[in-house]
Design a binder for this molecule. Structure first.
Ligand SMILES: [Zn+2]
Ligand SMILES: [Zn+2]
Length: 314
């Protein structure tokens, strides 16, 4: 039968054909070997019971169990019409019910539930490119995390820091609240958007038919969950945009408190003393004081100052 033509199709399998099969449960894999029901070449199969992928909820059950498994011929022999990519074989796929006992020995019998057969086939094809998809998804998520961190830039609000510092306590509280809203909603929008686009990375253990069904039905529920996530991402992003606009504008609308100018006493080299409020001087090397006694502004060169110190009042 070695010249059998390659054909990618599902074939039914009988108890007699499965009688020559052996299996062991090793860690999180099922290792099965036996003759292909079509080409009769020996096939060795390693079935992953764990899958790391994006999406698919449900809780796995523990212990010895029955699990429907989809197998494909990977006899490694030449079959005319074989495609270039693995597995090399006659192309047939079939479904078996595997029962693992407490000692880890696996017995195979024909699978009779079409829904489970479909779910098992979906699990098999989903496993083949787990790593590629995870890496591609991880790349996208890295960009998502970067934009999440970019949101923290809002916390600086850079040039407005002085203006915010000059606000009343109520004004500062309002600005802090707005910035919190921006960061929380912005972060939520980014995460939900990325979940909708690229899924959520998860590792699943599917050891029983019950696990398989819950995994398969969660795959079916993905479209509506994705739509809900995208919707909430857009709403959150819109609200965050309003909040960031408000956080930018509000500091300029709210009144600021003018801090009292410091009162200083200045002793000069000619033994005279001036006392008053220190003014900000534009001239380098000079100091200006509005005298408390006369109200005049007196400007002196710094090299005539012996001592300058703050006082409560003059
Ligand atoms: Zn073969
Ligand atoms: Zn085969």
């Amino acid at each position: 039968m070695s010249g059998m033509i390659h054909s990618a199709q599902w074939i039914p399998v009988s108890a007699t054909q499965l009688a020559a099969w052996h299996g062991r449960r090793v860690g999180s894999t099922l290792r099965l070997d036996g003759p292909c029901p079509a080409c009769h070449h020996t096939v060795e199969a390693v079935i992953q019971l764990t899958g790391s992928a994006f999406e698919g909820g449900g809780v796995p059950t523990a212990g010895p169990s029955a699990r429907t498994v989809a197998l494909t011929c990977a006899c490694g022999r030449e079959h005319p019409g074989q495609p270039g990519e693995p597995p090399r074989g006659c192309g047939r796929t079939w479904t078996v019910a595997s029962v693992t006992d407490a000692a880890g020995d696996v017995v195979l019998r024909p699978a009779d539930d079409p829904y489970l057969a479909e779910a098992a086939e979906a699990w098999r094809t989903a496993r083949t490119d787990d790593l590629t998809r995870l890496r591609a998804g991880a790349e996208k998520w890295t960009a998502g995390i970067a934009s999440l961190l970019g949101l923290l830039g809002v916390l600086g609000v850079g040039s407005e820091a002085d203006r915010i510092a000059g606000l009343t306590d109520e004004g500062q509280t309002a600005v802090v609240l707005l910035i919190t809203v921006v960061v929380v909603l912005g972060g939520f929008a980014v995460v939900q958007g990325y979940r909708a686009a690229y899924g959520w990375p998860q590792t699943r253990v599917v050891t029983s038919d019950q696990d398989l069904i819950s995994w398969y039905s969660s795959q079916g529920a993905l479209p509506s969950a994705t739509a809900a996530r995208l919707r909430s991402a857009v709403i959150a992003a819109g609200t965050a945009l309003i909040a960031v606009t408000a956080a930018t504008v509000v500091p300029w609308l709210l009144p600021s408190v003018n801090p009292p100018s410091p009162v200083v006493k200045v002793e000069l080299t000619d033994r005279s003393v001036m006392c008053g409020t220190l003014l900000s001087s534009s001239a380098v090397g000079r100091v200006s004081v509005r005298r408390a006694d006369s109200g005049d502004v007196q400007t002196v060169s710094l090299n005539t100052v012996v001592r300058l110190f703050p006082v409560e009042k003059c």
